[in-house]
Design a protein around this ligand. Structure first.
Ligand code: ATP
Ligand code: TZP
Ligand code: MG
Ligand code: MG
Length: 271
């Protein structure tokens, strides 16, 4: 599978990605999108989120610092995106940590037609009713039944389902991709998952409308691999989390699409 072509498409088309994200990562998510060649916008007012989501190429929803106002903004934006066929990415940050987060995530997934669901493996385990564990926003433990549960959920909801960690799993219910790129320093900075959730918006934002779910899954595989290859390059320049963080933007900006294909660690099952 050619992955680098998706990065080229993002740089060519510069998709507008509407983010309703959290207070911790707002700036770095916008910078990650700019570094990869996309166009970020953060908009929260109930008065404008519907309009913004309808002109965007993707809507990225992130539950990191929830308030009732943010939840309403997500619902209004989600409805507008659905009406216009704009793909929606959802990151249920910290689901399972509190009853409120679990309720919001469950309700949103029931009411909004999400195209891509991304969480760390602990959050995904909790969300799918398995024996996962989260501590605040960090994964503590995933369930070994996770890959099968993800496939079932993907089929039932017609969504791409992604669980990240040292190894990332992506499934559309038929095919599962196991991705081995990345670096432990990603777990040493806050927002590494949230930046990825924003970047998924850029990559699914260039999928031609009307494409099958498998094409959205491929774009997600390309997004994760591009990000994780950039992280591997950044780690080589870094002294620790601080310099790694800065180098990550530089490496995303300078990432060669051929290097993505050359370094990709992708295992496919069920194709
Ligand atoms: P957490 O809250 O546990 O940090 P998260 O939402 O930030 O979770 P992660 O699961 O940490 O999300 O994944 C974010 C990115 O970091 C992904 O691209 C993933 O592949 C990568 N990653 C996380 N941990 C590692 C690791 N130990 N080695 C390599 N890559 C990793
Ligand atoms: N608290 C609420 S959101 C957030 C923190 C620390 C950022 C979480 O980012 P990530 O990418 O899920 O680690
Ligand atoms: Mg993290
Ligand atoms: Mg997270």
């Amino acid at each position: 599978m050619k992955l680098g072509m998706w990065l080229d498409a993002v740089r060519r088309e510069r998709p507008l990605v509407h983010n309703i994200t959290n207070l911790v990562v707002t700036n770095i998510a916008a910078n990650a999108l700019l570094s990869v060649g996309a166009s970020p916008v953060m908009a929260y007012a109930h008065e404008e989120v519907g309009e913004m989501a309808s002109i965007a190429k993707a809507l990225s929803l992130n539950m990191g610092t929830l308030t009732p106002d943010v939840v309403t903004a997500m619902r209004i934006a989600g409805r507008a995106a659905e009406t216009k066929g704009v793909p929606i990415i959802f990151d249920p940050v910290g689901v399972g940590a509190t009853a409120y987060r679990t309720q919001v995530a469950t309700d949103l997934l029931r009411d909004v037609d999400v195209t891509v669901l991304r969480a760390n493996a602990g959050e995904m385990s909790v969300l799918l009713g398995l024996a996962g564990e989260v501590k605040g926003v960090d994964a503590l433990q995933a369930d070994e039944a996770l890959p099968t549960a993800m496939k079932h959920y993907a089929l039932a909801s017609s969504a791409v389902v992604i669980a990240t960690g040292p190894v990332d799993l992506v499934t559309d219910g038929h095919t599962t991709w196991q991705l081995s790129n990345g670096h432990p320093l990603l777990a040493a900075i806050t927002g590494s998952g949230c930046m990825l959730t924003a970047l998924l918006g850029a990559f699914v934002g260039v999928v031609p409308e009307g494409s099958p779910l498998s094409t959205y899954a491929e774009a997600c595989v390309a997004a994760i691999t591009s990000y994780n290859v950039a992280a591997e390059q950044a780690a080589q320049k870094a002294l620790g989390p601080g310099t790694f963080h800065m180098a990550l933007f530089d490496c995303l900006y300078n990432l060669d699409s051929r290097a993505v294909d050359a370094s990709a660690g992708v295992e496919v099952t069920g194709a």
